[in-house]
Structure formats: C-alpha cells, structure tokens
Design a protein. Sequence first.
Length: 143
Amino acid sequence: MEGEVTCCICGKPLTKEESIARGMGDVCAERYGLFKPNNKKEKTIESQSNYVYHIIKIDGKNIAIIIDKDAKGYMSVTNNIGNICQELGVEGAIYRDSEGVWDFWSKKTGFKSLALHGQPNRNMDSAIEVAKIRFFNIGGLFS
C-alpha cells in the first residue's frame, strides 16, 4: 500500500506512533533493542540520512550495522555511507539499503555485495555472517 510505513527490520506495516517514530515494530525493537536512532538536530551531511544503527566488533574492528529507514526527503544510506561511517567512528558498515538489501562498505574495499548464490541478501543475521566470512576471514554458519 502506497504511503504505508513499514518496519525497517521485518517489513511489516507499522501503526503505532512510537513504532513509526523509531522505524520498527515492538517485536523487532525488543529483539534488536540496541539499535539507536540518528537523532541529530544540527544540519550535517550525516543527518541527511534517516537510519538506525548498532556498532559491533568483528575481528577487533568497529563495524556499524545500519538500517536505512527510507524516509522521504532524506538521502539514502548508500549515497551517504562514507560520511555516516566517519561520524559513527567505524571502519565499515553492514547496511540494509532502501530496497531492503544488505550490503557491505568500508573505506578500504568500497561497496561489496552480501548476496548469497546470486540472490540479494534480505536477512540481517546471514548478512553479518557473510560479511565475517568474505571480508574478515572469520568462519561463520558453515565453518
């Protein structure tokens, strides 16, 4: 349905005001409660994107898990990822773009796909595991 706001994790429709404001429903917020909104008030390049994030360590490096809330009037995370990573103080990001596809970016590697068997990766947990294997040489689900 056009104009419908959906959860940035599972894609289900959001109806509660507080869910719409945070960009995720109650169930996903409880499961992924560590995500923080980008609530910058001052006009900076980073605040031109609307996203939630969580920082994890992979192989000793700070990596952001970022979900683009795909809000009208904001720059996509994909088009602003370098500035966002710099602001968050991380070396790279595993991020869900405005189309719901997970990708990887770092200053060293640039943009890299987290596709599985040629299909876009739409699952956060598998995207993290794929990134660990492909870009950090850490065994994951299949090791």
